[in-house]
Write a protein that binds this ligand. Structure first.
Ligand SMILES: [Fe+2]
Length: 262
């Protein structure tokens, strides 16, 4: 069983505090939308480097994202264990199910991403899971370890902000921008027909917008029940750490491969 620390429980009779939480939440979403936009602009500049990378470097950069997708699923499952009952908990449970391929491991998102990596030559046929695990960049492993640790040990709201919002929503922005520039790479263009695009079809599409709406509504419901203005602050702190980790991930990977951003 997973250790559950600092469980949060709904408080009764906090009607006025609930209004306060509502406006604090509005302010948080506005700030999150702004940081999402800023991320998009910064990334659009950074990711213009992708099509110019030697194919070996592009493969190495994309391989590192593999470890993020895998760690995300495990952390999401921990969020389900820690989240109070309600819409958000069910939604997170549903996300875990989808991530795992709803009963078919071949449809699991981590597997789909590996199939994409295999189809561009970033994973060699016959490479064992152990060999692949060993290929994680130490900085990437350290960042993922830190996320996993905080998902378990920080407050449940912090963990939800960090992994449910900071990891999920912002990661959608990365996917969208990355996908556009990735498809301009000469190797990718030349091999387009034989590349397995399933992972990207799922993650760089419109489903994301709908999904974000569901997350927002569920978080609002949870905070309404908690009726505590300070809860938004915890959520926001987790969110900030989640987005900063994404930034640190790309910085580490780009630096490692000496990618020059124009
Ligand atoms: Fe996914």
């Amino acid at each position: 069983m997973l250790p559950v620390n600092h469980p949060i429980s709904p408080r009764a009779g906090a009607v006025h505090a609930g209004d306060e939480a509502g406006s604090a939440l509005e302010a948080f979403w506005a700030r999150a939308a702004m940081s999402k936009l800023e991320t998009k602009f910064a990334l659009a500049r950074e990711m213009t480097a992708l099509p110019r990378l030697p194919i070996e470097t592009l493969r190495a950069v994309l391989l590192q994202y593999r470890y993020f997708t895998r760690a995300f699923i495990a952390d999401l499952a921990v969020l389900v264990a820690r989240c109070p009952d309600g819409r958000l908990r069910s939604l997170l449970g549903q996300l875990v199910n989808e991530e795992l391929g709803m009963g078919d491991p071949e449809e699991a998102h981590a597997r789909l991403y590996d199939r994409f990596l295999e189809s561009i030559g970033a994973i060699q046929p016959g490479q064992t899971p152990e060999q692949l695990d060993a290929a994680a960049h130490p900085k990437v492993s350290a960042l993922l370890h830190q996320l996993g640790d905080r998902t378990l040990h920080r407050s449940a709201l912090y963990a939800i902000g960090m992994r449910g919002l900071g990891g999920e929503c912002v990661c959608g922005v990365y996917f969208g921008v990355m996908h556009v520039h990735l498809r301009e790479h000469p190797f990718i263009v030349a091999n387009e027909a034989t590349i397995d695009w399933r992972f990207w079809d799922i993650h760089a599409g419109h489903a994301d917008v709908e999904h974000n709406e569901q997350v927002r509504a569920s978080v609002a419901e949870l905070l309404e029940r908690l009726g505590d203005g300070g809860a938004v602050e915890e959520l926001a702190q987790g969110y900030d750490f989640g987005t900063a980790t994404w930034d640190a991930f790309w910085t580490a990977v780009y630096r490692e491969h000496d990618v020059q951003v124009s």
